[in-house]
Structure formats: structure tokens, C-alpha cells
Design a protein around this ligand. Sequence first.
Ligand SMILES: NC(=O)CC[C@H](N)C(=O)O
Length: 375
Amino acid sequence: MNQATLVLEDGTTLQGQAFGAQTDAVFELVFNTSMTGYQEIMTDPSYRGQGVLFTVAHIGNVGINLEDDESGAPQISAAVIRSLSPVTSNWRAALALSDWLALFGVPGISGIDTRWLTRKLRDGGTQKAALSTKGTSAAELLALARQWPGLDGRDMVQEVSCPAQYVWPGDAGSQWVQPAGDQKASIVAYDFGIKENILRHLASYGAQVTVVPAGTPARDALALHPDGIFLSNGPGDPAGLPGLVETVKALIASGVPLFGICLGHQLIGRALGADTYRLKFGHHGGNHPVQHLPGGEVLITAQNHNYCVQPGQLDPAEVEITYQSLNDGSLEGLRMNHRPVLSVQFHPEAAPGPHDAHDIFGDFFALVGERRTHA
Ligand SMILES: NC(=O)CC[C@H](N)C(=O)O
């Protein structure tokens, strides 16, 4: 196996073994604490521009299959791990992890003391970093990491949104669709880098889901006469997306039920007058406790975000804060008092889990149902 070199912008240099593609990559390095689901994490478009350090010690044992993708390709810029399984063993496995990453040009480094490095990022914050699996010197990698602009203020959504409108599911998702008793609810889903499991969940409520590109004007989405509109997850900094915030303002004003997850939630927050800010090291994992403030119950959730909505600027007469992180107190969900708008920062669709928050899709479809009854 070839050597690989990982250099952080503070000059920290780590050597390990290369896997995946033979190349250089520059990215923001974040750690993910999920114990399962590396394929879902690697294919989540919200990870664009980031290298993922997995705290779970052993990666690759079940290979890559044809069913668990959140999008059609790995979206991470690099994988940083403790130990790569030399064996791929699962009845669904179609490819070995390393071969799959190589196919898509994504490099990996194993043999890293991921516990030490995670604590460093936790204590000091997210860093830009560069990885080489083709022998680039540490000095060159350091320059690469320091010169790279990072994600703040950048529009990354245009890189991952669909090029044209389409109806979901295609054949691949049809096993998830439950028969609808009456006419299907029609949902328009804005694709900012949408995870397929969100589409599966929307369809599992018997909805007909039309996915539209991020740049679709509000009036074009509304011209489809949706019963509800969904705003997806997606990569990058919500502060870099002023055009989308204007679209969301128009969608809120339309009175059509609106549901946002993660980036979609952040855009709703900004449309309601709040700022967003960068978290020290983000939330990335499947073990994040949040509290439902109206009811007091605690949910364990999957999360993947670096930015967060600033609660202080939201008008309490208009907006109720519904969920809060029990790790750092940050805002995790909101709901408008007089309009059918709700959003969460975490991922109720999480695959492989946890599944505590699935019912939040039901909260959205309750709003959709109310509108259909009164329409
Ligand atoms: N998963 C997401 O939608 C992430 C939202 C945003 N890109 C963030 O990092 O905060």
C-alpha cells in the first residue's frame, strides 16, 4: 500500500496508508461519530467540500452496495480512518470501499489515530486540510490547505442540485410507496443536494413527489399547485445563498405548507430574519440528543451541519423554537405560529438511523392534510 500524507492548516502532519484514488484533495476536515452507515454518509451531498474523519474504528467491512446510496456517487472529498477492512463481506456488497472511492477519484488515508485527531478538532475547531495519496510533499499540502478559501460564503448548492425537474420515485424507489386511499398529495421538493432517503420518506406517505432544481422561482413551484413544499438538505454556507432565501420568503408568503430539513431549515431561518453562524466543529453523527421543547421529550437524532440558525433574531410572536440540542443548546427546529411552516436542523429521515424523529414527516403531512381538507 502507498503512503498517504494528511496536513492540517495549523501545520499538523500525519502519515498513514493510502486507499481509494491516487490524487490530492483539499477540504474542511470534520469528524463523524456514527457507528454505522459509512456508505450513506459518504454519498450525502451535504458533505461536498469536506473530508470526513470517521470515529468508528473499522471501515469498509460490508463494502458498497447498490441500495444504500443517498446520491449516485461519493460526495466527500476524502476519507480519514483508523483501519480499513481488508475483507469485504456482505451479501449485498457490489464493490469494495477502496475500489469504489478510486472509481470516483476520492482519496482515503487509514492508520490515523482518529481518537486523537477528533479531540484536536473538537478542542480547536474544524480545520482546512489537504491529503495526498500520490506523494505530494507536506510543505506543498500545507500551502494548498492554507490557500484554499474554505466553505464560508460559497454557493455549493449549484454543484449538486438536479439539472431539471423530475418525478420521484422512479422504479428504484417504488417498493417504498404505500397505496394512497384517495388522490395522492402532491409535494414539490426543492433539490439543494437532496438525500434519497428523504424522497423515500415523502413517497412513503403516499405523496407524488416532484423534485425541482434549486434555482426554480417560487412562482414556478407554486404553478405546479403543490399541496406541500419541501426544502432539502444541502452543502455549504446558507449565508452564501441570498437568492434562495428570497425564494423561501415567497414560498412562506404563499401559505402552502412548507417543511425544511437542515439547509432547508437554515434557509427558512434566514427568510424569517435570523442570521446563521458557524459552529466550532459542527454536528456530524447519529447520536445527537435534541429536546422537543413543547413536550419535553428527548430524541436521539442523526445530524450533519456546520452552520446554525441564530435564535435571538427570531420574533417569538411569529416563530416558536421547537427543538434544541442537548449537547450545546443550539437551535434544532422551529415552527411558525400563524403559517404552516416547520423545519428541523437534524435528519428525521436518517438511514440507517436513529429513527426517533421519523414522525416529523407526519407533522408535515398533517399540515398538508389540513390544507387539503380546507381547500
Ligand atoms: N445537511 C445539511 O443540509 C447541511 C447544511 C449546511 N450545509 C451546513 O453545513 O450547516
